[in-house]
Design a protein around this ligand. Structure first.
Ligand SMILES: NC(=O)c1ccc[n+]([C@@H]2O[C@H](COP(=O)([O-])OP(=O)(O)OC[C@H]3O[C@@H](n4cnc5c(N)ncnc54)[C@H](O)[C@@H]3O)[C@@H](O)[C@H]2O)c1
Length: 369
């Protein structure tokens, strides 16, 4: 039984409430039961709504209670970016396993301090780069690691959506509360996925753009709305990234492609049960990633004469929750899911991208140990 405390009853806190509950119903063994003990949010009404909907035992307006109460084993930090460090450190120092949303922090310095403070306690930790729990991208990684793509030459990605609804801007647009904008929020996912599939980036060059203005006049230091970046991996492969939160007609377009000397693969978030595989002389073919021998195919139901049912974004969060629960019960690292060290390395990389956009120069990426 893993007893869970969550900070943040907002968008993603609700997803974690749902999926940490349902992950305990996976067919994977051993069975790991969960209890939603506490939801903490400064918005008392929202916390109470979640408590009723997802059956939390109690609510609080004080995050310390979710992070440090004696009856909590696992602290889930689904607060805004500026609240990732202090509550996660408090929970780790109280001996709790810590699951923290991405980006790990608003700056590389803060992410480094957070990683180091949590590492010192020895608790299990996970930074929620959820792409690492998508079946198609796991299959892509297996193929790359087995050499099926040959030597990797190129990685490219686009992450496009619309975060404007005509109202005042949210905390995500505020440099003080969020850190970077499209780069930190969306780009961090794809930088982590580039690392998951290909390896560490060595240098980057980039441009950023900002158009948004807060109609309420509250946010005066609006962060980046979009960025484009070219990069080189330590292994010599080239990379390109683009992300925008002001691409008005895109609901959530996430595209990732990797080219090797033998094959290429492509993934579209809107078709997440598919991996497109390109073979020389044959062009693309679509591989469904729900068959019995594919990652997560037996997560909920046995595969058999009932067919192979598609999975969605919720399920991918449940996969991620299950990986965390397994690590907590076994007291082991969540790798190859993202640890806080991965969260720090992504923060260092996105900061180099932002530096390059400012300096106009190619920036080298160096990591602290
Ligand atoms: N992994 C993903 O795919 C994914 C998707 C969306 C969001 N996120 C991340 O999740 C985090 C939260 O994003 P969100 O979209 O849920 O934001 P949100 O604004 O919907 O929710 C944040 C919640 O935190 C609460 N809060 C703020 N300050 C607080 C305080 N001092 N004490 C207690 N509660 C406080 C707010 O009242 C709000 O309910 C961010 O870091 C974001 O980057 C990740």
């Amino acid at each position: 039984m893993v007893r869970i405390g969550i900070l943040g009853a907002g968008f993603i806190g609700q997803m974690h409430a749902l999926t940490f509950k349902t992950a305990s119903m996976s067919s994977w063994q051993p069975k790991i039961k969960t209890t939603l003990k506490m939801i903490a949010d400064q918005n008392e009404g929202l916390a109470s709504q979640l408590a009723e909907r997802y059956e939390f035992e109690r609510t609080s307006t004080d995050w310390h209670e979710a992070a440090t109460s004696p009856d909590i084993d696992l602290f889930v930090n689904a607060g805004p970016n500026h609240l990732h460090a202090a509550p996660s450190i408090a929970a780790a120092e109280a001996g709790k396993a810590v699951f923290c949303e991405k980006p790990l922090a608003g700056t590389a310095d803060e992410a480094y301090a957070l990683w180091k403070a949590v590492q010192k306690t020895g608790v299990v930790n996970l930074c929620a780069f959820m792409h690492r729990s998508i079946p198609s991208l796991n299959l892509a990684r297996q193929m790359i690691q087995a050499g099926e793509l040959g030597e990797i030459r190129h990685f490219r990605s686009r992450f496009l959506l619309n975060m404007l609804d005509g109202g005042p801007l949210s905390w995500r647009f505020d440099k003080t509360k969020a850190g970077l904008g499209a780069l930190g929020d969306l780009g961090s996912h794809h930088v982590d996925q580039a690392r998951f599939l290909v390896g560490e980036l060595a240098s980057v060059t980039a441009m950023m753009g900002t158009w948004s203005k807060d109609s309420a006049g509250m946010i005066t230091n609006v962060n980046d709305d979009a960025f484009v970046c070219a990069g080189r991996f330590e292994n010599g492969a080239t990379a390109s990234f683009e992300a925008s939160r002001v691409a008005a007609a895109h609901n959530l377009g996430g595209f990732i492609e990797v080219d090797g000397t033998k094959r290429s693969i492509a993934f579209h978030m809107e078709r997440l049960n598919e991996l497109v595989i390109y073979e020389p002389g044959r062009g693309p073919r679509v591989q469904m990633t729900t068959q019995a021998d594919h990652p997560y195919s037996d997560f909920w139901l046995p595969i058999g004469i009932q067919g192979q049912h598609p999975l969605g974004w919720n399920e991918c969060f449940a996969h991620q929750a299950r990986h965390m629960l397994e690590a907590v019960v076994a007291g082991k690292s969540v790798a190859p899911r993202a640890t806080f060290e991965d969260g720090y390395r992504v923060a260092e990389t996105v900061e180099a991208i932002a530096r390059s956009a400012e300096s106009g120069r190619v920036e080298k990426i160096t990591f602290r140990s």
